[in-house]
Design a binder for this molecule. Structure first.
Ligand code: UDP
Length: 500
């Protein structure tokens, strides 16, 4: 199978004027219109090409359609291409690179990895016939980064690299990953990182910070009236109820791991008990596995300590005593660039099987279908809204959009104090941060605190929502991109010479 770059059609799903009326966005929408007009004039007939590695699953795929649609709203044509490598080994190799950028072990065979990467990059560059001289090319993440050197030779477009992954600390694995990428990154005029601290020192002068953001009106985040919320959970097969009308039926239902098999069956009492929810890709670095012992510790602490904790200890005991833990992620079959997800999910199911039966009934591993992006987004939306506490227990985290998603919904958050999460949540003001996601005591205590003190938890979530509005919505991101395109067109901030 040859390597391809498949174009994903962009549908105009956004309408900037709607945001004007959303609390506090009027000034920003006006700014975007005038900035957009300026950049659009400078671009003339030129386009922006976004190139990434998957059209579904994960933060980049989540953001891209709406980002391109917004750019179109302000007059900038953006097209989206997805890399489909001809060699199945390619995504294994880039997953190892991804892990290394997060400070974890990666390549077994660095020379072999480079050979695969070079071949696929070369083939992909050959595929890029659509690009006209002067178009702006934005390449996302390490997977397609190697395409740039070939383009540079051919049509010399302004090349920008957007890196959505990374950590601030360095170790031998991060060093090896950056060494691997060095010859390819030499060709980019600008490098954009979710946090500037992720940029290697040697490229600091060419690097900029560009925060990702959520879209308040997307299916993932839009508000849901109670009947819609319950309808989505019914369509997904997670709660019982009268049959859904045929037009509201989902193409596929959620699968739940139960008694050593995947079943499509509702979770009894889902709407009647407190729930702790983590929604993420099934990736080891997302910290799903340590959440299970943390949940157990939370239940134990409560039994032991509730009488001392508060006057209404009976209520706390009864609530925590009935709480459920939901670990949800996309069906690995639906995510092309993450070949490890299957193994991670299997391990998690193995741990579930080892739980004692009373706890096992309260821990749910959910595989969310990916066949329909909109349905998947609505399921995530509903789960984040029914959550009493949303968790993001990541061991490492580039940014962690799920945190902003939960806070936008005013759902109290417990999250690991790592990477982009620490930039989103101020400890104790917007949510609770845990220094060591692998420490069940610390995570269990934070969960207990959020469930047992609902007023304080909600106050934090309200503050978190304001912070998301200020810094982490897609509108702020569109503004950053418009500035980046403007600067790229002026060419006043060129990176290194083509020789790199
Ligand atoms: N997500 C999704 N469907 C799922 C599970 C997760 O759309 O079944 C989304 C999630 O809502 C979030 C994104 O995937 O928008 C994950 O982005 P994040 O920045 O948290 O992590 P990444 O996957 O990029 O490492």
């Amino acid at each position: 199978m040859p390597t391809r770059l498949r174009e994903v059609p962009i549908h105009r799903t956004t309408d900037l004027s709607l945001y004007r009326d959303l609390d506090g966005f009027d000034a920003l929408t006006a700014e975007l219109r005038s900035l957009g007009a300026e950049v659009s004039r400078a671009m003339g007939r030129r386009k922006v090409w976004m190139i990434s590695s998957t059209a579904s699953g994960g933060g980049v795929a989540e953001m891209m359609p709406r980002l391109c649609s917004f750019l179109a709203d302000v007059g900038v044509e953006a097209r989206w291409l997805v890399l489909e490598p001809g060699e199945p080994e390619f995504f294994r190799m880039t997953k190892a690179l991804h892990n290394m950028l997060h400070g974890q072990p990666g390549f077994d065979d660095p020379a072999g990895a480079r050979a695969i990467y070079e071949r696929v990059s070369e083939e992909a560059a050959q595929e890029l016939r659509q690009i006209d001289r002067g178009d702006i090319v934005v390449i996302h993440d390490p997977q397609p980064a190697g395409i740039a050197s070939r383009l540079r030779e051919r049509c010399r477009p302004p090349l920008l690299w957007r890196c959505h992954v990374g950590i601030a600390r360095r170790n031998r694995w991060t060093d090896e990953a950056w060494r691997f990428l060095r010859p390819y990154l030499a060709h980019y005029r600008r490098l954009f990182f979710s946090l500037l601290s992720y940029a290697p020192d040697e490229w600091l002068d060419r690097s900029r910070e560009l925060c990702p953001g959520i879209d308040p009106f997307s299916h993932k985040n839009r508000s849901l009236r109670p009947y819609k919320l319950v309808g989505i959970l019914r369509s997904a097969g997670l709660v019982d109820g009268p049959p859904v009308p045929h037009w509201a039926a989902f193409r596929e239902r959620v699968c739940r791991w139960s008694d050593a098999a995947w079943v499509e069956a509702p979770i009894a009492d889902l709407l009647h008990v407190p729930t702790i929810v983590q929604v993420s890709r099934f990736d080891r670095l997302k910290g799903f596995a340590p959440l299970i012992p943390a949940f157990r510790r939370m239940v134990e602490f409560c039994a032991k300590e509730a009488p001392r904790l508060r006057a209404d200890s009976e209520r706390v005991l009864s609530e925590v005593g009935r709480a459920h833990l939901i670990l949800a992620g996309p069906d690995p079959a639906g995510i092309a660039d993450d070949p490890e997800a299957r193994d991670v999910l299997e391990e998690l199911c193995g741990r579930h099987a080892g739980l004692d039966p009373t706890l096992r009934e309260r821990v749910h591993i959910l595989r969310l279908p990916m066949a329909d992006v909109k349905e998947n987004a609505l399921m995530v939306n509903a789960l984040q809204r029914i959550a009493t506490v949303a968790v993001q227990n990541s061991i490492e985290e580039g940014f962690g959009l799920t945190v902003s998603e939960a806070l936008w919904k005013r759902t109290p958050v417990v999250a690991a104090n790592v990477g982009g999460i620490a930039a989103q949540v101020r400890q104790g003001s917007d949510g609770l941060l845990v220094d060591d996601p692998g420490d069940p005591e610390a995570v269990g205590r934070a969960l207990l605190q959020q469930i047992s003190s609902p007023l304080a938890a909600e106050a934090m979530a309200r503050s978190g929502r304001l912070r998301v509005r200020e810094h982490f919505t897609i509108l702020s991101q569109v503004r950053s991109w418009l500035h980046a395109f403007g600067a790229a067109l002026e060419g006043g901030d060129r990176g290194p010479s083509p020789a790199g």
